[in-house]
Design a protein around this ligand. Structure first.
Ligand SMILES: Nc1ncnc2c1ncn2[C@@H]1O[C@H](COP(=O)(O)OP(=O)(O)OP(=O)(O)O)[C@@H](O)[C@H]1O
Ligand SMILES: [Mg+2]
Length: 307
């Protein structure tokens, strides 16, 4: 084996071991190596990956600037719609009111897409600013619930919120956690059929020491819960169609969506990947437990920093 091809093999191993997503340019570069071109040395390959990453970052920034610009005309339209709805530009017929209501609903959706895309690009370009402030998680969650309640009522789905009374205030980024929970509730609302139920609940627990089953007396004595770090766990569960086990990890990837009744073709498959990244930025975890036909249960674990 020549020195050059030996070097290429090492390079391939190095790149494959790196924690990268399938959409990462580095993956594309390793895929390219399977064709009949001269193999690249480790340094050359690293250079190519770096250039691809930079190019992808620049493209995301350009796209984000364009998307950002959409917010101004949208705000102007928002103002005019509001004016018409309030009857300040003359009285409306029932049909005109209905048209305006549709326009308003679509405008809300567009705002949601823009917000999601801007968050996604901020994460991609490492420009996500975290704003940790001590606050009450129950209040933060109940605000999300109130915002969603009218849409649940309209679709005849019951939405329940169970707060955790024991939860002390702790430092987290309120808006980002609201974004995470909102994305989960949006999915629950979207996929749960009418007359279904969605629960949002919070609880305080000790950080991830998964015990096999019921601990033995000896184990119980050894585990001093006062010494374990604490975490808040938020659960969003629904009586929707459920998700097959093989997709439980995949659905958290960028632009990954499954064909489901209720999922509009214009959904982007970004909600869960954004949620995952925002939870990771808190040092937390997100996962799903679900079986087809038995609903879905999404868990978000947020560490509670020590005072
Ligand atoms: N509560 C749920 N019940 C059943 N399937 C779900 C649920 N939540 C998510 N999924 C599945 O996971 C996929 C990914 O969800 P995600 O929120 O990332 O994307 P989306 O809802 O399709 O699009 P977007 O959130 O960008 O509008 C969905 O397309 C859906 O198939
Ligand atoms: Mg979604």
């Amino acid at each position: 084996m020549s020195e050059r091809s030996a070097g290429a093999k090492t390079a391939k191993q190095v790149v494959l071991q790196a924690p990268i997503s399938s959409s990462d340019p580095a993956t594309l570069a390793t895929d390219d190596m399977d064709c009949d071109l001269d193999p690249l040395s480790a340094d050359e390959l690293r250079g190519v990956c770096e250039r691809l990453r930079e190019e992808s970052r620049r493209r995301t920034v350009a796209l984000a600037s364009a998307v950002h610009e959409l917010r101004t005309p949208l705000a102007v339209m928002d103002g005019y719609i509001e004016l018409l709805c309030n009857g300040k530009a003359g009285e409306l017929t029932a049909q005109q009111s209905q048209i305006l209501a549709d326009m308003q609903a679509n405008e809300k959706r567009l705002k949601g897409f823009i917000a999601d895309f801007l968050t996604f690009s901020a994460i991609e370009t490492k420009n996500l600013n975290m704003n940790f402030e001590v606050g009450d998680l129950n209040t933060c969650l109940s605000e999300v619930c109130s915002l969603w309640m009218p849409r649940f009522q309209k679709k005849s789905i019951s939405l329940y919120f169970r707060p955790e009374d024991e939860l002390e205030p702790f430092a987290f980024d309120h808006l980002k956690i609201q974004h995470v929970i909102s994305n989960l509730i949006h999915n629950a609302w979207k996929f749960t059929p009418a007359r279904g139920t969605v629960w949002l609940s919070a609880e305080q627990l000790h950080w991830e020491r998964r015990l096999r089953e019921e601990p033995t007396v000896h184990e119980k004595r050894r585990i001093d819960t006062r010494k374990l770090p604490k975490a808040a766990r938020v659960i969003v569960s629904d009586t929707g169609p459920g998700i097959e086990a093989e997709f439980h990890q995949e659905i958290f990837q960028d632009f990954r969506k499954l064909t489901r009744p209720g999922n509009a073709s214009d959904s982007m498959g970004l909600g869960l990947s954004i949620a995952r990244r925002l939870v990771n930025a808190h040092g937390g975890k997100i996962w799903v437990e679900s079986k087809p036909g038995s609903g879905s249960k999404f868990f978000v674990l947020i560490p509670i920093p020590k005072h």
